[in-house]
Unconditional design. Sequence first.
Length: 181
Amino acid sequence: MRDLTVSRRRVGLISLIGLLAALPAAAHLMEDQQGTLNIVDARGYLVISLPVSALRGVDDNRDGRLDGRELQRHAAAIERDLRARVRIADGEVAVPLEGVLLNLSADEQHREGGPATHLVMLAVAMFPQSPRRPRLELRVFGRSPAERTYRFVATRRSASGRSEEDLQRFTPRSPRHEFFE
């Protein structure tokens, strides 16, 4: 069983590296308060920009931003926190996130690699089979009104081979959505 778990993690990590290699090089990996879930067969590739103000106990200097040292110092705690607050499922069956990567998001006021108001999370959901009812639950909302709404797009290929897209908005009052209903 351990070999299967290690193998799934390797596949997830390799898949995530492939996703990153396919992304264009740009200052913004993902716009603030936006996310995508791209479903390819039995894998869901998640990219989401999360506000630093929604994270607990990581902004050591209390400047409202996260710098590289703070991210490095708190990466394990941030990952644990986000795994609990960003959940993917197929219907009611929870699916673990694999190969979670965290990166600071550059913005107009801060150069890439400098302190950031948002953090980008990348992960792969390894569904046991191609999901019929993919569902996302987000419980990571910032303090300011602009940080309390996410625009989220899910994509997949239908059984007929057509590309499907579903746009949802997540808020504290509506933190859970099933895609492609």
